[in-house]
Design a binder for this molecule. Structure first.
Ligand code: ZN
Length: 220
């Protein structure tokens, strides 16, 4: 695994690469498009460190799936340990913000869901979390109102503000840290807005955070 966290300005990031805590069903329009029930509390799952890859690397769709979906999400990088975190601890702990893809093998996930099995084969495979460089906290004025945009082959697929999250960022961190301790270098993926769709070999993707930071990647 070659992945390392990097900052957009090129300054050194010596945080280790850790787990990725993810939240499912955090935007109403996305819940509706997949015909899922609205959860009464956040649904968390975890991707291992081996899921992370730089956007400089091509996305590789596993051969056991015919339906790899993009989910474009705000990513948060942590520099401190957090357990049952208070608001002050949370503020101190955030190292930066990025934009990433929670790649999801929708056909595999559907089969697992029907059997009541865990989702890992569908969501935690190698390279299932392509992620941008991180922008230091002080350069993001309001992470709770920042635009997430994904364009695939010049077609806008997802374009929504984090304002529409059901569970706000601070609540996601507080709640998740009561179940799972965050270690320095861990990431939180905050859920996808609507517009998830299938990726195909040869697609080119542009991810844009806050109408300002643009990153490109592609599917092998
Ligand atoms: Zn997701």
């Amino acid at each position: 695994m070659n992945y390392k966290h990097v900052y957009l300005n090129g300054s050194d990031c010596d945080l280790p690469v850790g787990k990725v805590i993810c939240v499912a069903r955090n935007y109403y329009a996305h819940i509706k498009e997949l015909d899922n029930p609205v959860p009464t509390e956040p649904i968390f799952f975890i991707k291992p460190a081996t899921a992370l890859q730089s956007l400089d690397e091509p996305i590789v769709i596993p051969e056991y799936s015919q339906s790899c979906h993009h989910e474009t999400e705000l990513a948060i990088l942590f520099r401190n340990r957090l357990s049952k975190a208070t608001p002050d601890e949370i503020e101190d702990a955030i190292a930066g913000y990025g934009i990433g893809l929670d790649l999801t093998l929708r056909d595999v996930q559907q089969q697992l869901k029907e059997k009541g099995y865990p989702w890992e084969k569908a969501k935690a495979f190698d390279g299932s979390c392509p992620i941008s460089p991180f922008i230091p906290t002080e350069q993001i004025s309001d992470p709770q109102d920042i635009q997430l945009k994904l364009t695939v082959n010049d077609e806008v697929r997802q374009d929504e503000s984090t304002r529409l999250m059901i569970n706000r960022i601070i609540d996601l961190i507080r709640t998740s840290s009561s179940y799972f301790t965050y270690l320095p270098g861990d990431i939180l993926m905050t859920g996808t807005p609507a517009g998830v769709k299938q990726l195909s070999s040869g697609d080119t993707l542009e991810l844009e955070l806050g109408n300002r930071y643009k990153f490109r990647t592609g599917v092998a």
